[in-house]
Ligand binder design. Sequence first.
Ligand code: BTN
Length: 334
Amino acid sequence: MKARILKLLQEASDQYISGQSLCEMLGVSRQAVWKNIGQLKEMGYEIVSVSGKGYRLVSTPDCLYAPEIQSFLPENGFCKKVECHVEIDSTNLRAKQLAEIGEPEGILVVADKQTLGRGRRGRGWISEAGVGIYMSYILRPSLPPAKVSGVTLVTALAVCRAISQVCGVQPLIKWPNDIILEGKKVCGILTEMSSEIQYVRYAVTGIGINANQTKFAQDIRESATSIYQQTGKRVPRAKLVAAFAKSFGEYYEIFEHDGDLRSLVDEYDRILANRDKEVLVYHGMVEDAKPEDIARGVARGINKDGSLLVEIDGTLQVIRSGEVSIRGVNGYVE
Ligand code: BTN
């Protein structure tokens, strides 16, 4: 009911909605409306009530509250449910537990803080409370396991569209897992899968977005940034989560229908940070790569399987995600 109240108040924008209309639209008593509005106010939603006029939403707190996120989402869209946690070990772990017990595709697990945030290649993901976005979608793609790596690229497209819609800046993709603003990492993606040889039981796509951070740990200070640091504007996190949840559903439907990324290649290439740039292709870990593990070439774009096409010594080579790391010749991107 709170999601529906918030939706109606948001739709009314700066107009008042009478208590009577709310009761009629929600099919509940005045007392139920009053009680739910009281609870929303206690949570920090600034809702004014003027006798004879009704209720008006003045401001929302920057919290990750499932009914508010749901209030921005279409009914019957891809996102079936949003589960929010104040603190959790890892949203990817939680999403995997839910998938294991048979929960359906389209459940989005969101947390304000993670105590065991996980990054790629066994690294951690710093997940401070109140500033970042940590979320994971449960997926059950009807595709062979080899195609699931495409989910990471679909996720990257959805994150970029959501940031551009909500925050008014256009991020770029550092193939395949990172989203960048001004050459620095603003989001990382970790896709995990449980499968049999021919069959995907489930996949989980986990997204960590640096939304409102004002500082970073020493070791990532050079390469990380937040949307707030780049725009100077606080990110409404619930709105950004909802924009991502919706966009992801739209891209994922196309990907699942086509069975690959053929319809998304052009859009992806337009925001590919590495496109037509010189890159170093590392086979193995970047940190302890030997010279023979590193190839130098020019990234030209992706193919329908989500592989990166890199021109090396005049021939176009197909670089599959998961096998390599890409760096710019002088640093993280360029
Ligand atoms: C990377 O190494 O760049 C990927 C980072 C992915 C972090 C996100 S935060 C939400 C989800 N839960 C996790 O434990 N990890 C992912």
